[in-house]
Design a protein around this ligand. Sequence first.
Ligand SMILES: C[S@@+](CC[C@H](N)C(=O)[O-])C[C@H]1O[C@@H](n2cnc3c(N)ncnc32)[C@H](O)[C@@H]1O
Length: 213
Amino acid sequence: MPFNPMDKHPEDAQIRFCTGVWELYDSAELPPKSEIELDLGCGVGSYTALLAQKYPERKILAADVMLGRLRKLVKRTVRMKIGNMTILRSEARFLVAVMLPDNSIDRLHLLCPDPWPKDRHSGHRLLTSDFVSQLHRVLKESGVFHFSSDDEPYYAAVRRVLASSGLFVEEPGAIADLSGIKSDFELRWNEEGKVVRHIAYRKIPRPAHIGGH
Ligand SMILES: C[S@@+](CC[C@H](N)C(=O)[O-])C[C@H]1O[C@@H](n2cnc3c(N)ncnc32)[C@H](O)[C@@H]1O
């Protein structure tokens, strides 16, 4: 009998493997004007699940590159009876730069991403000026970007990149509804006595003098 990975991991039937050009969602899946939130690098996704539970009328996209973490999230969504989440296995840059259509996301969360603190690894960081340009492209008009980190230098670098982009304005109130929800890594860092800072930005129109992508 041929080996079928689904026999061992039935959760995989609930994970979309984003390896080619793919429509974000079938329009039949979503009522018009639905709000869509993306948790990029969701990990095992406690935060994502609570977000989906809080806003059952919204579509929540949960993306991570690590399959084992996504399988845990699938089990969590079953336990919590969550029906408004789509789970995507994808590399984050690929998802944002290639897969997501223009103006498709209302709010994008990037929570406690790996900070790559060593200088020689800083190129691995997700949040760079190139990424900010793609972020601007995929967010809907007035869409929101939400970032958190326990790593002071990364947090400061992200603020510098966003401020100098001319594409976003800081708006802490844009995540006021989520102040009681903590991600798995935020909880972990808090247990170690580390503070996790959050920041939110709203997309503004691209100024005429800043070129397109
Ligand atoms: C430190 S964990 C944070 C997880 C979650 N956001 C939280 O706050 O609990 C970083 C997550 O990002 C994922 N990740 C790292 N680089 C990625 C990439 N290039 N594309 C997609 N996911 C990535 C990892 O697999 C991991 O689950």
